[in-house]
Design a protein around this ligand. Structure first.
Ligand SMILES: *Cc1c(COP(=O)(O)O)cnc(C)c1O
Length: 451
């Protein structure tokens, strides 16, 4: 036994001790440390299944918060990371280049909407949003001095760091606690026409009118293209982006499309901007970038933006995360791009959309409980009339062998693209069963799930 093994041997603790420690001392997201929501102990994961410590297997309908698009333990991704691990696991990026990053940026440039030529690699989605906002401020400081605020639409979500929170819907609960500190930005109505709705140009009036009056204050307009995620899983008409692109150009307002959730095939196109055929000035990427293997994000910008930043007083972009362009993460991302191109992801996600919509759509007949059912790409949503209790919902789904995590009044399925039809139908029937239970509860006016 070598010395490291001896240390580990001493540390071996039983499972109940660890679980108690976790409950007392380890923070989990969006929950209180003194009365945390219960956790399930996952010991391994393969393809579309999460394995719990008691041997149960859950079908993952969440893609681990929308990142794990190729499922778990994909041999190609494991191999890509393992190979890199033996060569170069990390090196600082200032004054140094390495192939995993250069190759990744070159490949991204080739895939992204035309014109997004220059790429900054960061370490998480929220940080990518911070970098995008800093870029816009710096671009404007040379072009249009005095433009220091941001415009966005209601119902959006852009991350949990301070500036990202400032452009996240203030009513969504993500930022309400911190309003005293975060900068005030401008919010207009969310795009009013749904994805499959009939387009009317009057839907642009909020943006037109706002920018006509305030463009001299606005550095950038930031929004999630086509699919608003954590703000309510809402899908809007792509023509909104076409027109927004024109209006932003007219006023030299930087257009930032946050594709952290939508990028890499999720909405049925490689990037959601492709539904509209537009190139934003800045695009943020994250989540599925590494196929959910590890954390990495990217900010892609047009030459106009990068040249503008070079004309700003400091001439350089002052941002350099320690783990910028981590080679392991870049290797995982390169592996994930191989799979996306090889597996024809857009036909996979279009197929998932059809199965989801066919399986869920008649739930609208539960009119007292269900407000709307919709699907786009690999995302199916049942919007309820009332908020539900995440903890009891989660317990219900785990008992059915499914991993889903509803929030607010939204129950949704957001599976890895490799999910089988059988697994997808199991997720759908669990959601159906839950909705019928809720609906019976409404009718007898005592639902066990409402808060
Ligand atoms: C998740 C998300 C973010 C934040 O990404 P993190 O990696 O969690 O920091 C930003 N924007 C959108 C649209 C997201 O869905």
């Amino acid at each position: 036994m070598n010395n490291i093994d001896k240390v580990n041997d001493k540390k071996t603790e039983n499972d109940s001790e660890l679980s108690e420690f976790d409950e007392k001392h380890v923070w989990h997201p969006y929950t209180s440390l003194s009365s945390p929501i219960p956790t399930y102990h996952v010991v391994s994961a393969d393809k579309c299944l999460l394995r719990l410590d008691d041997g149960r297997e859950l079908i993952d309908g969440m893609s681990s918060w929308w990142a794990c698009c190729h499922g778990y333990s994909h041999p190609h991704l494991i191999e890509a990371v393992q190979k890199q691990l033996h060569t170069l696991s990390h090196v600082m990026f200032a004054g140094i280049r390495h192939d995993p990053a250069t190759v990744l940026c070159k490949r991204l440039k080739g895939m992204l909407p035309k014109g997004l030529n220059n790429i900054f690699l960061a370490d998480s989605g929220s940080v990518a949003v911070e970098v995008a906002l800093k870029m816009a401020i710096q671009y404007q400081s040379a072009r249009n001095p005095g433009r220091t605020r941001f415009l966005t639409v209601k119902g959006g979500y852009h991350g949990d760091t301070m500036a990202a929170m400032s452009v996240t819907d203030p009513g969504s609960g993500f930022s309400s606690e911190y309003q005293c500190y975060i900068p005030r930005q401008y919010f207009i109505e969310r795009p009013s026409i749904p994805f499959h709705g009939e387009w009317k140009d009057s839907a642009m009036l909020p943006l037109e009118n706002f920018l006509k009056e305030h463009h001299h204050e606005i550095a950038a307009f930031i929004l999630e293209p086509v699919m608003q995620g954590a703000g309510g899983m809402y899908f809007y008409h792509p023509q909104y982006l076409v027109r927004a692109r024109e209006i932003c150009s007219r006023y030299d307002v930087v257009m930032i499309c946050d594709e952290i959730a939508t990028g890499f095939g999720r909405t049925g196109r490689m990037f959601a901007c492709e539904h509209a055929g537009i190139t934003p000035d800045i695009m943020t990427l994250g989540k599925g970038l590494t196929g959910g293997m590890m954390t990495l994000s990217a900010v892609a910008v047009t030459d106009r933006i990068s040249e503008g930043i070079s004309l700003s007083p400091s001439r350089v972009l002052m941002h350099g995360p320690t783990f910028m362009a981590n080679p392991l993460a870049c290797a995982a991302a390169n592996g994930s791009l191989d799979l996306l191109l090889y597996e024809d992801v857009c036909s996979q996600t279009s197929h998932i959309e059809k199965v989801l919509y066919d399986g869920l759509r008649d739930l609208v007949s539960c009119t007292e409980t269900v407000k709307e059912v919709r699907a786009l790409g690999a995302c199916g949503v049942v919007e309820l009339r009332k908020n539900v209790d995440t903890v009891s919902m989660q317990r219900f789904f785990v008992d059915k062998g499914i991993w889903l995590r509803p929030f607010g009044n939204i129950i949704y399925i957001y599976p890895p693209f490799i999910i089988t039809d059988e697994q997808l139908r199991a997720c759908i029937s669990a959601v159906r069963e839950l909705v019928f239970l809720l609906n019976d509860g409404v009718q007898t006016s005592q639902s066990c799930f409402s808060v």
